[in-house]
Design a binder for this molecule. Sequence first.
Ligand SMILES: [Zn+2]
Ligand SMILES: [Zn+2]
Length: 373
Amino acid sequence: MVGLCGLFRDTWDRPSDRCCLFFPCLSEPARRSSLCLKVALVMLHLIYAGVLFLVDRDLIEKTRREPWYTALYVLLFVGTLAQYFFTSGSSPGYVLDAMRAANETDALFRKTSMNSKQPASSKNGSLIVSVDGNQLGRVLSGSNAASWTRLVMDMYPPGSSIRNWTCTYCNVVQPPRAKHCHDCDKCVLQFDHHCVWLGTCIGQGNHCRFWWYICEETTLCLWTGILYITYLKANISKMWWIDVIMILLLATLSISLIFLLLLLLFHSYLVLTNQSTYELVRRRRIPYLRGISERVYPFSKGACRNLYNFCCPQNSMYSLEPLPTAQELEEKLKPYTCLDCFILSLLLIIEALYFTIYIYIFKFYFLPHCNLL
Ligand SMILES: [Zn+2]
Ligand SMILES: [Zn+2]
């Protein structure tokens, strides 16, 4: 038995060693599992679409008659996968990168203006750090680390201890809203969560891309579900084993759709209130949020401004937000104005209508023969 196991291990190890020789990234278990997940996700997409085009003769016929219809579906399919890889490969905004960028800006600022004592530019209460891609790779010196510390500590209330905000793993001072991710082993700005499916953290740098990915995935899931229902309505009881496969696939698709829809609504709520999943879930454990009323969103600048900052981030820049003062928090405790309530309700209604309109477009334009609603 032991000999058999040894033989099996040898037969497996040899090709895997050869594979690691050609692709060094695969030698790390974390990268290997992330790659496996990506392959599984692509396969899952291909299975759902492939089965449909394999068994649905009506859809093939429709593709011949109206090729633009299938072209639109394929475009969404490819777009969703492209968005997945785009989000997965994007940086969530690491604190170390922001620190390098801030220090480079500081060095440039010192060169141009010897009289200035400011470490970086401050604008509208939040600090904007310019990033130049060519300058990011440089190594930090001791004086640069000190300027970052000074910069970050200005964002906390006076008298705060540096030790409380220093990450023990990265040994850097964390700005407000940053958190160390144990999966990535780095501190992330505006940490939201570590997404296992994408194999990366979601933070300040890629939250917008993540939202768009969920939106596209939800739309694709909904469209595929409608195509499955259309097939079952027209072809049920023709071949029972195909029906069983299609019903099983539709059931898992429906569960995924519900999950995605809830996720999309949840992240839309976070965007409108300028919160992160981590801040919402661990509110009582985060020192700077402890004691603040549940009704107050400390970093919110109003639904419209939050939405604008989320959709139109400053290109190639890290935005660090200081903690709100006691006076600002008191102002935020006041009930929202009628205009705020109106805009917030309008945005939520638009999102709810999005799916309703989407289904009706299918009913009246794409599937006139299908009586789904
Ligand atoms: Zn860290
Ligand atoms: Zn992470």
